[in-house]
Design a protein around this ligand. Sequence first.
Ligand SMILES: C[C@@](CO)(OP(=O)(O)O)[C@H](O)COP(=O)(O)OP(=O)(O)OC[C@H]1O[C@@H](n2ccc(N)nc2=O)[C@H](O)[C@@H]1O
Ligand SMILES: Nc1ncnc2c1ncn2[C@@H]1O[C@H](COP(=O)(O)OP(=O)(O)O)[C@@H](O)[C@H]1O
Length: 310
Amino acid sequence: MPVQPAQRAVTVRVPAKVNVQLAVGAPRPDGFHDLANVFLAVGLYDHVTATPSPTPGVTVSCSGPGSELVPLDGGNLAVRAAEALAGHHGVAAAVHLHIEKDIPVAGGMAGGSADAAGALVACDALWGTGTSRAELLALCAELGSDVPFSLVGGAALGRGRGERLTELPVAGTFHWVFALADGGLSTPEVYRACDRLRGATPVPEPEADPALLAALRDGDAHALAAVLVNDLQPAAVELRPSLAATLAAGLAGGALAGLVSGSGPSCAFLVADAESAELVAKSLRASGTCRAARVTNGPAPGATTIGSHA
Ligand SMILES: C[C@@](CO)(OP(=O)(O)O)[C@H](O)COP(=O)(O)OP(=O)(O)OC[C@H]1O[C@@H](n2ccc(N)nc2=O)[C@H](O)[C@@H]1O
Ligand SMILES: Nc1ncnc2c1ncn2[C@@H]1O[C@H](COP(=O)(O)OP(=O)(O)O)[C@@H](O)[C@H]1O
């Protein structure tokens, strides 16, 4: 039976992520790095709404914190996603995307990737193109290394440049506090700084840590805290030395462990429970070492359609 297109606007909710392990290999000839990237989706969300447009093409608007930093042209990853889906199916795109931001922009929490995954799912429903999960994942991987995970959510190990996913079992809920920083860090610049800091030191093949996978599977926050690791952290801290004080403030405030989230500059603190999360967030706010502190938890679901509306 042909898929019936939705006539009205479609809204999709998409989560942020933290990398609980980010093992980075040597640079590849194509400029990317092979990774063992253990993603955990957390409950800070952007919302992407796709509305039929009377004129051909893809337009975008954005609201919420940091929206002034989001490009509103073809450089927007959500616009590229809608264009890629239209191209894949040979349909003419005529859509307006609205992004309601809550994921910090350029914060190492995959906000642009989330918006791309959200736009794919929203446009697919709006256009009734019935794209299979496998096709969606392939489109995601073309858009960016982190985009497949934004679609899938939960927890997953990303191999290759992070786009080849194996979903991971997780028991229970892990509680987190994110310390948000003013301004962003450029992902390519952080990878370049990582290479520079390593110099001629031989770089081992990145491998997922079995103890970390077991901690996720067992829902053991103390065990996870002992093995959190981000190979990009020294580079992020070198580019933004103030992150050292942020990391120290979270630990002094009672976090089990802290690390830079992906390429930064957001810092993620794993805490024992929801009550400790509030205390650590309060302590971080009082420390003056971050712009804001947000309490959340994971795993969170991936891109989820939350409604079709007028
Ligand atoms: C570091 C991570 C950790 O999950 O995320 P963020 O913290 O930035 O969100 C990712 O590897 C970012 O993934 P994403 O932001 O999708 O990167 P892409 O658009 O694919 O690539 C942007 C640039 O980052 C570098 N890059 C990215 C992925 C990778 N495995 N190796 C790289 O060297 C390359 O310089 C590339 O040109
Ligand atoms: N929809 C989008 N939301 C946020 N940033 C976007 C978007 N589309 C493109 N960008 C660009 O991507 C850069 C990285 O943003 P983001 O994905 O939020 O951070 P990170 O790569 O650190 O996780 C931004 O500086 C911005 O120029």
